[in-house]
Write a protein of this length. Structure first.
Length: 259
């Protein structure tokens, strides 16, 4: 009973099925011993392929029993002929097995090649997408540059068209201050003016506000009455008369009792 296995067990703890001890009688060859190469997980439990092997072993044993004895030349020739036929049959079976194995290997190779091709196609698609995005960025950058150069050349042509005769014009200050889009009110950075570089030009800089000594001196110059704030609470001009809530009457009674 120690070697008995059941179907209800853990897969990691499963061992080979129990095989009891046996004794072979002299002169007998049990059929079960021809399957000694099959073990649990390697041929057992028997499937279609194992059943074909068992049938072939039985056929071979029947063929060996049907071989004629080697007692006469005719029996020897017949025996050799039967052995040659069996050998050709064995070679044909072996070639058939090799063809089956090659077909299985070819199917496996096809699947591996197909999977490899799919992975390669995915990588190619990702690489092509990255290259397309890079080309699109370069194209947009080139278009932006062309548009910028076009706008700059148009501005130059417009400026040259205003003074097509090459005459010198005097500065009209009244016209510049009358036009709010002129260089006086809205100077352009492309001609060398950067308004952010002079942002602190209009900042108030005062000795009395930026230094501690100036604050002390400013505090001394201010009258004392300005720093001392006196606020008196206003007195009510009239008392509230009319309906009073119950909570208000209760508070008035409690205050009177307290006094």
């Amino acid at each position: 009973t120690l070697g008995t296995q059941t179907d209800y067990r853990d897969g990691e703890a499963q061992t080979d099925p129990y095989s009891p001890e046996y004794i072979v009688r002299s002169g007998s060859v049990p059929e079960i011993l021809t399957l000694a190469t099959l073990t649990w997980g390697r041929g057992l439990p028997a499937g279609q392929a194992e059943m074909e092997i068992i049938d072939r072993i039985r056929e071979k044993r029947a063929w060996e029993a049907a071989l004629p004895p080697m007692d006469s030349p005719s029996n020897v020739a017949k025996r050799l002929k039967m052995m040659e036929a069996m050998e050709r049959k064995e070679w044909a079976y072996r070639e058939e097995e090799i063809d089956k194995l090659q077909k299985v290997q070819m199917e496996v190779f096809k699947k591996l090649l197909q999977r490899r091709q799919e992975n390669q196609n995915k990588q190619d698609a990702v690489r092509l997408k990255i290259q397309w995005q890079n080309h699109q960025k370069a194209k947009e950058e080139k278009i932006r540059k062309v548009q910028h150069d076009c706008a700059m050349m148009l501005r130059k042509l417009i400026a040259k068209r205003k003074n097509c005769m090459g005459k010198l014009e005097r500065r009209d200050i009244i016209k510049e201050y009358n036009d709010f889009s002129s260089q006086t009110y809205a100077p352009l950075s492309r001609i060398g003016f950067f308004p952010d570089s002079h942002s602190d030009y209009y900042a108030a800089k005062n000795f009395y506000l930026n230094t501690f000594a100036g604050l002390c001196e400013l505090e001394k110059s201010v009258q004392h009455s300005v720093s001392q704030i006196t606020i008196k609470a206003p007195k009510p001009t009239c008392t509230i008369t009319g309906y009073v809530r119950k909570s208000g009457r209760l508070e008035a009674v409690l205050e009177e009792v307290h006094q």
